[in-house]
Design a protein around this ligand. Sequence first.
Ligand code: RTP
Length: 155
Amino acid sequence: CCSTMSNTERTFVAVKPDGIQRGLVGEVIKRFEQRGFRLAAMKMVVASEDLCKQHYIDLKDLPFYPGLCTFMHSGPVVAMIWEGLNIVKNVRLMLGETNPADSKPGSIRGDLCITLGRNLIHGSDSLDSANKEIALWFKPEEIIEYKSCQQAFLY
Ligand code: RTP
């Protein structure tokens, strides 16, 4: 109960290789910062094929799974942990739909991309996925503890 109502709920976000190539990392970060969410961790990595396969393991039986994993592994991604009230749900709303064609203007995918296979960004779809993905992508010491003075004016 309580963790879903907490200002310190966390989610995992990754700007996919297309977002890096298109120079949209700053635009994505700007949106989460401006909303008031708190950046808890961030790194640029070329994820191993194993990591990408594990990340998308729930989709392993779908026909696009191999291509999706290959693409995720094809270049650097920016992996992040964001924190805030109802962050899992709020980030998914800010992302838009899986298919950019169904995403409303104002959402990240609705504003910045066109096709399903190049939809720019990943965000955890549940608190359970968020916890698993954070543990998969980040070591505990990569999550920096710091106080954000904005918080008192947001909550
Ligand atoms: P993501 O995990 O990347 O945030 O995306 P999502 O939850 O919105 O969507 P999901 O169903 O988990 O799909 C993961 C990614 O697979 C690609 N995809 N390709 N039919 C297709 O070719 C197809 N369907 C999905 C998308 O890149 C999607 O983000």
